[in-house]
Design a protein around this ligand. Structure first.
Ligand SMILES: Cc1cc2nc3c(=O)[nH]c(=O)nc-3n(C[C@H](O)[C@H](O)[C@H](O)COP(=O)(O)OP(=O)(O)OC[C@H]3O[C@@H](n4cnc5c(N)ncnc54)[C@H](O)[C@@H]3O)c2cc1C
Ligand SMILES: *[C@@H]1O[C@H](CO)[C@@H](O)[C@H](O)[C@H]1NC(C)=O
Ligand SMILES: *[C@@H]1O[C@H](CO)[C@@H](O)[C@H](O)[C@H]1NC(C)=O
Ligand SMILES: *[C@@H]1O[C@H](CO)[C@@H](O)[C@H](O)[C@H]1NC(C)=O
Ligand SMILES: *[C@@H]1O[C@H](CO)[C@@H](O)[C@H](O)[C@H]1NC(C)=O
Ligand SMILES: *[C@@H]1O[C@H](CO)[C@@H](O)[C@H](O)[C@H]1NC(C)=O
Ligand SMILES: *[C@@H]1O[C@H](CO)[C@@H](O)[C@H](O)[C@H]1NC(C)=O
Ligand SMILES: *[C@@H]1O[C@H](CO)[C@@H](O)[C@H](O)[C@H]1NC(C)=O
Ligand SMILES: *[C@@H]1O[C@H](CO)[C@@H](O)[C@H](O)[C@H]1NC(C)=O
Ligand SMILES: *[C@@H]1O[C@H](CO)[C@@H](O)[C@H](O)[C@H]1NC(C)=O
Ligand SMILES: *[C@@H]1O[C@H](CO)[C@@H](O)[C@H](O)[C@H]1NC(C)=O
Length: 593
């Protein structure tokens, strides 16, 4: 009896220093917090975790989606299954508008609907981009705090290198000096393939054209190197696993509300432009609740969710709001505008050596790998295996495509990226072969000039907005993709591939052939940005100022991928983490936390 009640007391005491998790808004015991963070995604979990480090600050984090640690979450945590969460309960399942640059096609537009947001369902590539990207954000915002040199402390606070499960040495494959001590783990593959070694050998053979880069995360983001993935301890490292769960498990000043969508922000009594009220509901027909932030609301709902919430709060292009009878509080023409994303497509070649194609087409082998993973977190399912090397490249300086200006962030930033996949990737529109060995090369347009938009479809937060990335609507974009295909062909013609590479599946010789292929094959790599872009404090354009406060209103910041003024020169999750770490520090500074 005694032991049992002691145990009970112990449980209550331990329990009381846990953050509370609610699954419906009526469960909350208070409606007022210091800070309310909207969206428990990549950025939102960082903000909620950092702000709640100070026990005197109360934080409510509201997430529309589901938990990432239920019974069906192996698809999120198992590195081998990384791509398979798309189109499941963990995905918002958005769709684009018809793309004029892609023969009128529409396409699925995945976003994470789960704790960790898109960091819980993404492909786990970690690439901070070139230093010039950050220096351009500093110039665009007039705040030198965003420069590469000034961000180092936040980069180190976010990330750390971890060994692969087999403890394979990574000497000569990354630079330990440019990695930090943060909760987010990144690692290299445990199982380099024959293809990977031939790619790296090509960088020695053709070093002038395709230089080896020891660590693409050093600020020098050009050239070819080993891919770093957000994996550690044999599992996906997401914003939820790295930041949110540890905070929830140790703090009582952080409340999490799941399965609840924020509809809009309102003023709860002060000035009409002080948007400290957060309206939330579980469905179109369910009751709505208003929570108030005594200090700040932080919008971290992502490039689609954030502009939608702003417009539904009366902050957006006036003519757009009027269409749906929303009263304009601030006519902010750039909300939902300027959207940019990066298109990707794949080419395939027959291979004469070993590739992962046979493994990936053998259900028994896959099941065995998954069983081994379940048993002791080792084997092919425990690290990235299909895609382990990557190259970031520029157009030649004298390219006619640059005559009207250079859209990249500087002379050491990429225009496009190519990478190598150890199996057949058919772009979703080709029939895959059933035997043989195959590899694929992918092309990503890194610095597109096309810009799209997000518009409302109604005044309901529960209707998906219109999403138009406007892929390949400029001659720069299609011209750069054509150059990239030729570069990929040149790369694979290196003697390092002799005897390994066979015929291409599609014979692309002329520019017209390549263009037709690209327009038929390209899809999103899911890197959308810029729908609430940063600008200088004294500039009328842009949506947020240098410290990410929404212009024209009080008490609201945006902290997510929507603030980037251009597509990122690396991959966006690393950049979002960096923005979030600095933003948390700026908010703490404002409130002396
Ligand atoms: C399938 C996929 C693969 C990708 N692969 C890579 C990759 O390999 N490497 C890389 O760097 N990047 C990749 N990306 C992109 C990268 O993951 C995103 O750019 C980044 O995670 C965005 O972070 P965020 O904080 O802006 O938004 P998210 O992480 O998407 O977070 C937004 C959060 O807000 C929630 N939310 C939205 N609206 C509301 C609302 N109204 N109320 C309450 N909550 C709301 C969402 O459910 C979500 O949890 C990929 C993205 C996807 C979808
Ligand atoms: C996305 O689609 C899948 C498959 O149809 C479905 O199970 C899931 O619930 C959808 N996601 C949302 C947020 O509705
Ligand atoms: C706007 O601010 C920037 C610095 O942020 C300054 O360089 C510029 O001169 C200012 N412009 C005007 C018109 O005040
Ligand atoms: C890798 O190293 C860790 C820590 O030293 C150790 O616990 C683990 O057993 C090692 N794994 C293998 C497969 O060698
Ligand atoms: C890569 O080059 C090294 C050194 O020349 C050589 O030993 C190795 O066999 C090459 N690897 C492949 C897969 O060709
Ligand atoms: C899920 O996460 C919460 C919060 O971190 C934690 O308390 C709970 O134990 C986790 N559940 C499982 C099954 O891991
Ligand atoms: C929200 O709730 C209030 C009070 O419960 C109600 O008056 C109002 O109509 C609701 N609004 C919407 C949009 O459902
Ligand atoms: C993990 O399990 C597999 C069998 O499924 C076994 O071959 C392997 O040795 C185990 N590895 C470790 C590190 O325990
Ligand atoms: C660009 O310069 C290269 C190398 O000097 C040269 O081979 C090529 O013909 C030039 N291209 C154009 C379009 O001028
Ligand atoms: C949104 O509206 C603007 C202005 O009418 C228009 O230019 C843009 O194409 C629209 N975008 C979408 C996705 O409908
Ligand atoms: C590829 O196309 C070019 C030009 O159309 C042609 O000359 C060549 O023979 C073709 N090669 C193959 C392998 O089909």
């Amino acid at each position: 009896m005694m032991a049992q009640s002691m145990l009970f007391l112990f449980f209550v005491l331990v329990k009381s220093c846990f953050g509370r998790i609610f699954t419906a808004p009526e469960q909350l015991t208070t409606t007022s917090y210091d800070f309310i963070v909207v969206g428990a995604g990549t950025a939102g979990c960082v903000i909620a975790s950092r702000l709640s480090e100070n026990p005197s600050a109360t934080v409510l984090l509201i997430e529309a989606g589901v938990s990432d640690n239920g019974t069906d979450s192996a698809v999120l945590s198992t590195p081998f299954l990384a791509a398979q969460a798309v189109g499941t309960i963990f995905d918002w399942n958005y769709t684009t508008t018809s793309q004029v640059g892609l023969n009128g096609r529409t396409m699925p537009y995945p976003r994470g609907f789960v704790l960790g947001g898109s960091s819980s369902i993404n492909s786990m590539v970690y690439a901070r981009g070139p230093s010039e990207d950050w220096d351009r954000i500093a110039t665009t915002s007039g705040d030198d705090g965003w420069s590469w040199n000034n961000l180092q402390q936040f980069i180190f606070k976010n990330e750390r290198h971890a060994p692969a499960w087999n403890n394979r040495s990574n000497v000569g494959e990354y630079n330990p000096k440019v990695h930090g001590h943060g909760p987010l783990m990144t690692s290299l593959t445990a199982n380099p393939s024959e293809l990977d070694h031939r790619v790296i050998n090509t960088t020695a053979e053709l070093a002038d054209e395709f230089p080896f880069n020891l660590d693409l995360n050093s600020g020098d983001g050009l050239g070819f190197g080993w891919l770093q993935s957000t994996i550690g301890d044999s599992a996906r490292s997401s914003s939820a696993t790295a930041y949110l769960h540890p905070a929830l498990n140790s703090r009582s000043n952080l409340d999490l509300l799941l399965n609840t969508q924020v509809m809009n922000l309102i003023s709860t009594g002060g000035a009409a432009t002080t948007l400290n009220g957060v309206r939330a509901s579980q469905s179109e027909t369910a009751a709505n609740f208003t929570f108030t932030a005594a200090k700040e609301v932080i919008l971290s709902a992502g490039t689609i969710g954030t502009p939608q919430i702003l417009m539904l709060s009366g902050v957006g292009p006036k003519e757009e709001l009027e269409k749906f009878d929303i009263t304009t509080l601030v006519d902010a023409p750039d909300v939902g505008r300027n959207m940019q994303d990066q298109p990707i497509f794949f080419l395939q070649w027959a291979a004469n050596g070993d590739t992962l194609f046979s493994f990936l087409n053998d259900p028994d082998a896959i099941n065995a790998a998954l069983a081994q993973y379940e048993q002791n977190k080792t084997g092919l399912a425990a690290s990235s295996i299909v895609f382990n090397t990557i190259g970031f490249l520029r157009l030649p300086d004298n390219s006619s495509l640059l005559e009207n200006g250079d859209p990249s962030s500087g002379p050491h930033a990429a225009h496009y990226q190519i990478s190598f996949i150890d199996t057949f990737n058919g772009n979703g529109n080709q029939v895959a072969p059933t035997d043989g060995n195959w590899i694929s090369g992918s092309v990503v347009l890194i610095s597109p000039t096309s810009r799209g938009s997000i518009n409302l479809t109604s005044s309901s937060a529960f209707d998906h907005p219109l999403i138009d990335p406007s892929f390949f609507t400029t001659s720069f974009d299609i011209g750069t993709a054509i150059e990239a295909v030729k570069t990929l062909q040149t790369f694979l013609a290196a003697s390092a591939f002799d005897g390994f590479i066979g015929s291409p599946v599609t014979n692309l010789t002329t520019d017209a052939q390549i263009e037709a292929y690209v327009r038929a094959a390209a899809v999103t790599i899911k890197h959308c940005v810029s729908t609430a872009k940063i600008s200088k404090a004294n500039e009328t354009g842009g949506v947020v100022g240098p410290h990410l406060q929404v212009k024209g209103v009080d008490g609201v910041r945006v902290v997510d991928a929507s603030i980037f003024p251009f597509t990122v020169g690396g991959f966006p999750q690393a950049e979002v983490y960096i923005v979030a770490e600095r933003a948390a520090s700026l908010i703490k500074e404002t409130w002396s936390l």
